[in-house]
Write a protein that binds this ligand. Structure first.
Ligand SMILES: Nc1ncnc2c1ncn2[C@@H]1O[C@H](COP(=O)(O)OP(=O)(O)OP(=O)(O)O)[C@@H](O)[C@H]1O
Ligand SMILES: [Mg+2]
Length: 210
């Protein structure tokens, strides 16, 4: 008997908004509700895609061409979809992913200023009709996010960008979420963690029963 397709949930937001922290909460919630799931992240999630992640995040003397960056992101995503995400969803497992294509619209589109139509073309080519069932967007002033992120280690190539870059990233995320409210939950990540997680639980309950 074929199991129904699993749900695809992504956690999004700028630097230090609490994606990784809240991913732990989400997987505990799924566990305690008997949901089978796969936990993963982007860029990355397979050996090849993790190598591409390294290439993307490394600070380097050479300026990275924004289109080269965009293509590396989608190269990693194609591999990740084929090896991990699609098989899991088809087997009925849920997939919970730390960042996905909304991050590409936010960072490469908003931050780098690349054409959204180009991103959309690549999205269609690489993902076909696959889109997240729910995007949990942790929304936070990037000044606060960067302060939080700074406390957790050395800045990577993205974290070394100017504040103006992260303001554009936040705006691009918000625009996408506001344009499709049924697929996005905008969560105020400046709230204490318990309040963030109460809202996450509400969203998860809706997905499980809806
Ligand atoms: N709601 C919150 N209030 C206060 N601190 C928080 C909150 N959420 C997360 N933090 C703290 O902020 C820091 C960054 O959180 P986390 O690593 O989960 O963010 P992230 O979005 O995964 O960051 P990155 O973009 O660097 O991967 C951690 O020290 C975490 O404990
Ligand atoms: Mg993280």
């Amino acid at each position: 008997m074929q199991s129904p397709r699993g749900k695809f949930i992504t956690l999004e937001g700028g630097e230090g908004v609490g994606k990784s922290t809240n991913l732990q909460f989400v997987i505990q919630w799924l566990d305690s509700h008997g949901v089978e799931f796969v936990q993963t992240r982007e860029p990355g999630g397979t050996p090849l895609a993790e190598q591409l992640r390294e290439l993307l995040l490394q600070k380097r003397a050479e300026n990275v061409d924004p289109t080269a960056e965009l293509l590396m992101v989608f190269a990693a995503r194609a591999q990740h979809l084929r090896e991990v995400i699609v098989p899991a969803l088809e087997s009925g497992k849920w997939v919970i992913c730390d960042r996905f294509t909304d991050a590409t619209y936010a960072y490469q589109g908003g931050g780098r200023g690349l054409d959204r139509a180009l991103i959309s073309q690549l999205e269609q080519t690489v993902q076909k009709d696959l889109r997240p069932d729910k995007v949990l967007l942790l929304d936070l002033d990037p000044e606060i996010g960067l302060q939080r992120a700074a406390a957790t280690g050395e800045a990577d190539r993205f974290e070394s960008e100017q504040l103006s870059f992260f303001r554009k990233v936040r705006e691009a995320y918000r625009e996408r979420a506001l344009a499709a409210p049924e697929r996005y939950a905008i969560i105020d990540a400046a709230q204490p963690l318990v309040d963030v997680q109460q809202q996450l639980a509400k969203e998860l309950t809706g997905l499980l029963h809806g």
